[in-house]
Design a protein around this ligand. Structure first.
Ligand code: SAH
Ligand code: SF4
Length: 386
């Protein structure tokens, strides 16, 4: 080795392991690798995820020399909160900067009997559904497991700081923010492992929902490692229409998608589990009576509940929200056919926190946002330098 390269090596600091994103299993492996007992993983997981600590010195049940050892090789690094907005209806939105300068968004929706945190899995999305603001932004990168769980860590820490009287608790997590979670499989599965673990967030598997636009092989892969609730973004009752709205349908058409959803349920020991079918309703696109009738028939044998989402408009989307008349007719047709149907009410309107409006600030590697804006004779608006 030459002196020069030795000098260079001295300059490079060894990267510390970020413990925030280590799944319970990986945390055990980490402690074993430094000659510590597995129970350390439980202790540290509680400090990080239940108490919200990101400083080893606060971990008072670890001996000082272990804390020093940890400081040298590890860190607890959450993504940075750029801003926090609270809507008149109690909905909260965090804009969060992840490494590299991109921003993502996470939204908390309080309801009478629960508090749902909607989190992102990727910066942007590569799948380009025609009605989705995230898709129009193009794709930058997958979030790390620390960045995925970091969104829950930030929300839980914030609510803890308000104290019990504020009565704000994240009881449910939905992966319905930016990105396609099944295309960031390993990191999302690690983060969900922490959501479900009793020494971390201890959420029930029924209260953690992964939403997918239909990456069929990954649904099967998910069923091998997890039993969280599954939501399928369907949006059309036939392939011709779905091909236009959800381009990944050309690769994995409706029949194969619904078959994989059924296989997912078949792996669950609890026969009462159901798939959630999401259907975003757009004016005169997919909201006709015949669409509702066809949808009712298509889903007749799948144990499911149907969630109707009125389209949330965004700049130059080209689509309009379903009218209330069409929305309730659509719901009634499904209900008359025996389906369980819910209508998603729009929350956090005043802070642009609605489903599909999350746009963050994406360093678009696909240049899709530029092309999209050119088609609409506009300049890309949310483009950040890396
Ligand atoms: N990529 C995943 C999860 C993120 S999108 C998926 O597609 O399922 C979460 C939900 O928001 C999906 O059901 C999606 O179809 C819906 N959505 C996207 N854009 C929307 C918009 N403008 N209005 C209403 N819902 C929208
Ligand atoms: Fe991606 Fe989901 Fe948006 Fe489609 S709807 S572009 S899969 S985030």
């Amino acid at each position: 080795m030459t002196l020069l390269s030795a000098d260079k090596e001295l300059d490079v600091k060894p990267q510390k392991t970020n413990l925030l994103g280590l799944s319970p299993e990986k945390l055990v492996v980490f402690f074993e690798s430094i000659g510590e007992k597995p129970f350390r993983a439980t202790q540290v997981m509680k400090w990080i995820h239940q108490i919200g600590v990101d400083d080893f010195d606060q971990m008072t049940n670890l001996a000082k020399n272990l804390r020093e050892k940890m400081k040298a090789i590890a860190e607890i690094r959450a993504p940075e909160v750029v801003s926090h907005h609270e809507s008149a209806d109690g909905t909260c939105k965090w804009i969060i900067r992840v490494s590299g300068g991109d921003c993502i968004e996470a939204v908390f929706i309080p309801e009478k009997d629960r508090g749902t945190l909607c989190i992102s899995s990727q910066v942007g999305c590569s799948l380009d559904c025609s009605f989705c603001a995230t898709g129009k932004q193009g794709f930058s990168r997958d979030l790390t497991a620390a960045e995925v769980i970091g969104q829950l860590w930030i929300a839980a820490k914030f609510f803890n700081s308000l104290g019990p009287k504020a009565n704000r608790v994240v009881s449910n997590v939905v992966m319905m923010g930016m990105g396609e979670p099944l295309l960031n499989f390993d990191n999302v599965v690690d983060a969900m492992g922490l959501m479900l673990n009793d020494n971390a967030y201890g959420l029930s598997k029924r209260r953690v929902t992964l939403s997918t636009s239909g990456v069929v092989p990954m649904i099967d892969k998910l069923s091998e490692v997890s039993d969280v609730s599954l939501a399928i973004s369907l949006h059309a009752p036939n392939d011709e229409l779905r091909n236009q709205l959800v381009p990944i349908n050309k690769k994995y058409p409706i029949a194969s998608l619904l078959a994989s959803a059924q296989r997912y349920l078949d792996k669950m020991p609890d026969v009462r589990r159901k798939i959630t079918i999401e259907y975003t309703l757009m004016d005169r696109i997919n909201d006709r009576d015949e669409h509702a009738r066809d949808l009712a028939k298509l889903l007749s044998s799948l144990p499911c509940k149907i969630n109707l989402i009125p389209f949330n408009p965004f700049d130059q989307s080209g689509y309009k929200r379903v009218t209330n008349t069409a929305l309730y007719r659509f719901r009634d047709i499904l209900q008359e056919a025996g389906h369980t149907v819910t209508v998603r009410t729009t929350r956090g309107d005043d802070i642009s926190a609605a489903c599909g409006q999350l746009a963050g600030a994406v360093n678009d590697r696909t240049r899709r946002s530029e092309r999209y804006m050119q088609q609409h004779e506009k300049q890309p608006v949310k483009f950040v330098a890396s």
